[in-house]
Design a protein around this ligand. Sequence first.
Ligand code: FAD
Length: 280
Amino acid sequence: MSTTPVSFEFFPPNTPVGADKLRTVVQDLAAVKPEFFSVTYGAGGTTRERTLDTVKAIATMGHEAAPHLSCVGSTEASIAEILATYREQGIRRIVALRGDLPSGTATAGEFRYASELVEFIRRTQGDDWFIEVAAYPEYHPQQRYARRDLEHFANKVGAGANSAITQFFYNPDAYFHFVDEVHKLGVKVPIVPGIMPIHSYAKIAQFAARDGIEIPRWVALKMEGFMDDAASVRAFGIEVVTRLCERLIAGGAPGLHFYTLNQSSLALEISRRLGLAQAS
Ligand code: FAD
């Protein structure tokens, strides 16, 4: 079996049925022996309790769980309180983000950028936390100047991040170029590609349009041609994403972080094809 480290990302379920289903998904994905499972956080604290409950549930099952934490709209006191709660649970890995407040929401808060959250955690908690930050191989959608985005990323890592996870992408050249560029700026931490299996092409196309991610034309046209043929979308999506992962691993990517959308089947199948999990 391959030794590429893997992690899986979930969103916190909002019903007891969803929470039960997620436990099964965690059990399925445990076959890949992931380094950790991460759980997203609604900007402005909208999922504060549910993120905590999901992280606790995963930890209770014997796996490392890393909460995401976004800082926009938050005060230092509220962030300190959340960190203290996680600390009590023995959690020491966190994905530190700025987040996005829904438009029209008040932006009052003491943090403007994720780098300030990283700096705050290091200043108040020392080296106890393993801090992950976000990276954007195709650049952050709100940033017009690629160069500035790279510099802001390098500063964020310089504030004390241990590792980075990228936004999803389907063009490996974007990832390799980003890694080369930030290495030149002195970034030495691992930059783990974020991998989005294609559960529903319509949904992925919507995310990509929102987040400024390019779906290669040959993939888009073929997927659109499948229309409602879910089996063909699934088969082609697995092929495209597996090949992407193979190229990333061959090119030296330090791991893979799967955006699961709380489903195990595609991430598991791709992991098996990559030799990261045994075939069932
Ligand atoms: P930052 O690193 O702060 O960057 C945001 C923007 O500000 C960029 O355009 C950057 O160039 C610019 N910038 C940074 N520093 C400066 C500066 N000093 N001066 C001027 N401009 C600056 N969102 C959630 O709400 N919850 C989640 O759980 C979540 N998980 C995520 C996980 C991953 C792996 C990724 C890639 C994204 C995730 N997001 C999540 C989305 C993320 O919150 C948004 O993309 C958000 O817009 C940016 O967050 P950031 O931490 O990357 O911000």
